[in-house]
Write a protein that binds this ligand. Structure first.
Ligand code: SRM
Ligand code: SF4
Length: 556
């Protein structure tokens, strides 16, 4: 590939393999409220996005920073959670956003507070490096402490892999911890090339998840690489490797599409790091560096085929992968309410609507969580469903925690209807620069209307998995939902139908443009028919796949 075929991002990465850019200099310039466009690209590798508050655009541009942590497996100690809570109050917008990849984001941090926030995060023994950028992102792992001892093993694997695949640039430490620019005269800095990523890193982001069947709570098939635990007789014997999943697409560009990962073969636990590293290098070496919209690993698998991929992988590994072992996913989602852990302690699953930990007049989730963590010191587990699990609670503490939540407007027994608790929305407006329509701020009201509709067609408290995004990038994985809403323009959404409970099947486009005022009218006949025609126990997504897709096979 010649230079002029490479995208701008590629040339930029090559020009500064340390990813330092001029970030330190701009940080030191108290008069500057924002970073240059080039530094914006480098900042992403440090876990930071420069944004502007889109609600304020009419009156002028206000630059704000989003900071994303990297927390493999989503597990925080009580001390870490309390520090993040404090930092979000001091420097952010007094909210913490649980993301769909099991970590936390701060929003609305001013440039003048950026270093103090990132330093504070590091002081709490957490990091933001590689939370964004063309590298391996936060490695997710099944968060539920309800399963047996295997989960500890898998959490350790996720952490180990995350550390092994992290970029090695000295710039992060220098800028955020030491508070100074890299010494360009230093030979190590001058000649720095990342041992795994090379000079130009990956062509695009790379995502990894560990799942423990039968629960697909990490949405494993939406990842570039998935590790599906194979457990026999209570022992972890290895993983099936899946590769080539991803959600992102663009409106009006059929060459971009969501894709579920293919199952490639079986690995023993000691083969995981070597194998995933090899998959990452296939992406590094063959991924499209000219067209960022075609640069994810999924397009390599789609274009060259699974056999090509397996052969390339085995060549790099120097051994053949064993055939995949049988496995079965039956459900996704988080366990809400109180559940006993394998060790006799308890965990509490809390539904965090649209992932936003905040205080409102009705519900003070942020204050309640802070008080619980201060008083009872549970481990805080973030889930890929944007929710929170409080783990390692002693049986005798449960009543007081339930009571404390009730005082803050949160009922443990009735956290929301089934349809609400299964819903997800991406961030979108006002912070996301790519949002075409509302998502986080709109879905809760739409769910209220859908709850009304379910009652109207006698479906009562039926669970239907509903996910909404403000644009087609798919951050809440809407293409795996039974009903997916994808923003097309302000107040207008595509409707996608037919995902399944186990999150193993993509849905299909049903309607291309529906105004928000018309969404209920659009869904009414469908849900009415489903109520009439469904087989015993049949879910909405399965009815769609059986009946609607047979009637309209070319809907997509
Ligand atoms: Fe995402 C870009 C938020 C999970 C696919 N995503 C963005 C940006 C950074 C917008 C931007 O580039 O300027 C959003 C920041 C909004 C804000 O103000 O906070 C953003 N993505 C999120 C989060 C916070 C959504 C959420 O509601 O939780 C999730 C953070 C995850 C994390 O902690 O790492 C988030 N994004 C996802 C997922 C879901 C997943 O990984 O399981 C996907 C689909 C899976 C995939 O990657 O294929 C996803 N985000 C994208 C894409 C499309 C990528 C593609 O292949 O085309 C973009 C756009 C891009 O990268 O150019 C994007
Ligand atoms: Fe932004 Fe689109 Fe992702 Fe929503 S799906 S957070 S609008 S990039």
């Amino acid at each position: 590939m010649t230079n002029n075929l490479k995208s701008q991002n590629e040339l930029l990465k090559e020009s500064s393999p340390t990813l330092a850019g001029n970030i330190a200099q701009t940080l030191a310039d108290a008069g500057a409220t924002s970073f240059s466009d080039d530094d914006n690209q480098f900042l992403k590798f440090h876990g930071i996005y420069q944004q502007d508050d889109r609600d304020l655009r009419k009156t002028g541009k206000k630059f704000i920073m989003m900071i994303r942590l990297r927390v493999p497996g989503g597990v925080l100690t009580p001390a870490q959670y309390l520090e993040l809570d404090r930092l979000s109050t001091q420097y952010g917008n007094n909210t913490l956003r649980v993301t769909s990849r099991q970590t936390l984001q701060f929003h609305s941090v001013l440039k003048s507070n950026l270093r103090a926030t990132v330093k504070g995060i590091n002081d709490a023994l957490l990091t933001t490096i590689a939370a964004c950028g063309d590298v391996v992102r936060n490695v997710t792992a099944s968060p539920s402490p309800a399963s047996d001892g295997v989960r500890e093993h898998i959490l350790a694997e996720a952490r180990k892999l995350s550390a092994a695949l992290a970029p090695r640039t000295p710039a992060y430490h220098s800028i955020w911890i030491d508070g100074k620019a890299l010494d360009l005269a230093d030979e190590n800095v001058k000649n720095f090339v990342d041992p795994l990523y090379g000079k130009s890193y990956l062509p695009r982001k790379f995502k990894i998840a560990f799942a423990i069947p039968p629960v697909n709570d990490v949405d494993v098939f939406a990842n570039d690489a998935g590790l599906i635990a194979i457990v026999e007789g209570g022992k972890l014997i290895g993983f099936n490797l899946a590769a080539g999943g991803g959600m992102g697409r663009s409106h009006g560009n059929d060459e971009t599409f969501p894709r579920v990962a293919d199952v490639i073969g079986f690995l023993t636990p000691d083969q995981v790091e070597q194998t995933v590293r090899a998959v990452v290098t296939i992406h590094r070496d063959f991924g499209d560096r000219a067209n960022r919209k075609h640069a994810r690993l999924k397009y390599l698998l789609a274009d060259r085929g699974v056999e090509w991929f397996r052969t390339e992988l085995e060549q790099r590994l120097g051994f053949k992968l064993a055939p995949a072992r049988p496995f079965s996913f039956t459900k996704q989602g988080d366990a809400f309410g109180w559940h006993e852990q394998a060790d006799g302690n308890w965990f509490l699953g809390l539904f965090v609507e649209t992932g936003r930990i905040k205080d409102t007049e009705r519900r003070q989730m942020k204050t309640a969580l802070r008080k619980i963590v201060e008083q009872f010191r549970p481990e805080v587990r973030l889930t890929p469903g944007n929710n929170v699990l409080l783990a390692n609670v002693r049986a005798e503490q449960r009543e007081a925690i339930t009571a404390l939540l009730a005082v803050h407007g949160i009922s443990v027994a009735r956290q929301g209807s089934a349809v609400r608790c299964a819903s997800m929305a991406c961030v979108s407006l006002p912070t996301c620069g790519l949002g075409l329509a509302e998502s986080e701020r709109y879905l809760p009201d739409l769910i209220t209307r859908i709850e009304g509709l379910l009652g109207e067609v006698s479906l009562g408290d039926e669970e239907i998995i509903i996910r909404m995004t403000g644009c087609p990038n798919g951050c809440a994985r809407p293409y795996m939902a039974e009903i997916g809403f994808v923003g097309k323009a302000p107040g207008k959404y595509q409707i996608w139908l037919g995902g399944n409970e186990a999150s193993t099947r993509l849905n299909r486009l049903w309607k291309d443009i529906v105004k928000d005022a018309d969404v209920i009218a659009e869904l009414r006949p469908l849900l009415g028919r489903y109520a009439q025609e469904r087989r015993a126990g049949e879910r909405f997504g399965d009815w769609v796949a059986r009946v609607l897709w047979a009637e309209q096979p070319a809907a997509n």
